[in-house]
Unconditional design. Structure first.
Ligand code: FAD
Ligand code: NAP
Length: 312
């Protein structure tokens, strides 16, 4: 029986592993379906993690030292996909791909979320080289330069507002002429002089060269095409929360979730199920930043240690 099963090996899961094992738990396994590191390994540069201020370090380089440190205190790693987490009596059953079951006293789920892609030409080719899904992460790279934002939901408009304080101009491109975002947010956006709304318009293509993005090709409802020269494009067309492991065999969630599929946790990362914790990008109100995911993982780990002590 594991003291703790950690599902997902991004910043939240790795930090949870560090804090549980260094805090004295002997039997902790991190289940990660790929190499540990998480989404940040896709990033070409990270410069907002405090204490780490080397320019042009990729997310992959950044996470290298995490692995060494997080496994140093006895955390075990199984490179397996988890299918399901279920509470069976006092304990948890972790079902792995292939059907094997592992029992654990506690579980911390940190499977993250995945930004959706919009599907225009060049989106994948230029992802991380001018196309981004994170304004907090990459906005500063376009300080005093014009950028475009794709999407008409709350995320797109709130991030456009954030970018408008850094960038010279923000062009919001939306496929309809009404916005899905809250009316108060739309009003706030309309009051910003350097935000320009381009509605009834889709992105056909993002183009550039080896240095990165130089512009987007737009097409409006009437079929008119035009080019917009910008070095950065932010795509906010929704997120898929990786919450499948928290569904039972009938497809119902085993713990409280909000309408967007994010796990409801309290400030201690406790879910509605005793002994089950969630951390990082998959939880409610997640700012989707490495520093926060790591903090969540540490918080959940400390709660796991207390929970196990209380059960004795
Ligand atoms: P993730 O990093 O998403 O990790 C989840 C892990 O769970 C993954 O490794 C996945 O393989 C694993 N997993 C999922 N399902 C299963 C399963 N069923 N079984 C086993 N394993 C599973 N943040 C910043 O602070 N600064 C930045 O500059 C920055 N830049 C970014 C650039 C890019 C391109 C991207 C994509 C993100 C960036 N972020 C940045 C955001 C940051 O990466 C995330 O906020 C952070 O990684 C979230 O950590 P997490 O541990 O919650 O989840
Ligand atoms: P969302 O509400 O699903 O909006 C996605 C936007 O992207 C929509 O405007 C959609 O257009 C557009 N879109 C989708 N696919 C596209 C494509 N392939 N090409 C071009 N455009 C595309 O996603 P979200 O903004 O991330 O919000 C998710 C949930 O979180 C929402 O319920 C939102 O209210 C909530 N949220 C709340 C807050 C807040 O309350 N402060 C902040 C952020 C998010 P259409 O409108 O035409 O479908």
């Amino acid at each position: 029986m594991l003291d703790c099963a950690i599902i997902g090996g991004g910043p939240a899961g790795l930090t949870a592993g560090l804090y549980t094992t260094r805090g004295g738990l002997k039997n902790v396994t991190l289940f990660e379906m790929g190499m540990p590191g998480g989404q940040i390994t896709q990033s070409s540069e990270i410069e907002n993690y405090p204490g780490f201020f080397e320019h042009h370090k990729t997310g992959m380089d950044f996470m290298d030292t995490w692995q060494e440190q997080c496994f140093h205190f006895g955390l075990k790693h199984e490179m397996k996909k988890v299918e399901r987490v279920a509470k069976t009596g006092e304990h948890f059953t972790i079902t792995l791909e292939g059907g094997e079951n592992v029992e654990a006293k506690t579980a911390i789920v940190c499977t993250g979320s995945t930004p959706k892609r919009a599907g225009f030409k060049g989106e994948d080719e230029f992802f991380g080289r001018g196309v981004s899904t994170c304004a907090t992460c990459d906005g500063f790279f376009y300080k005093d330069k014009p950028v475009a934002v794709l999407g008409g939901g709350d995320t797109a408009l709130e991030e456009a507002h954030y970018l408008s304080n850094i960038c010279s101009d923000v062009y919001v491109i939306h496929r309809r002429d009404t916005f899905r975002a809250a009316p108060s947010t739309v009003d706030r956006i309309k009051r910003k002089e350097n935000i320009h709304l381009i509605t009834d318009t889709v992105i056909e293509e993002v183009f550039g060269d080896a240095m990165g993005v130089s512009g987007v090709k737009l097409k409006n409802k009437a079929g008119k095409t035009e080019e917009l020269n910008i070095p950065g494009l932010f795509v906010f067309v929704g997120h898929d929360v990786n919450n499948a492991v928290l569904k039972d065999e009938k497809g119902n969630f085993i713990c409280g979730m909000n309408d967007w599929g994010q796990v409801i946790v309290d400030l201690s990362m406790r879910t509605s199920v005793p002994g089950l914790f969630a951390a990082g990008d998959m939880r409610i109100e997640a700012p989707k930043q490495v520093v926060v995911a790591a903090g969540d993982g540490a918080t959940a780990a400390l709660q796991v240690i207390s929970y196990i002590q209380e059960q004795v």
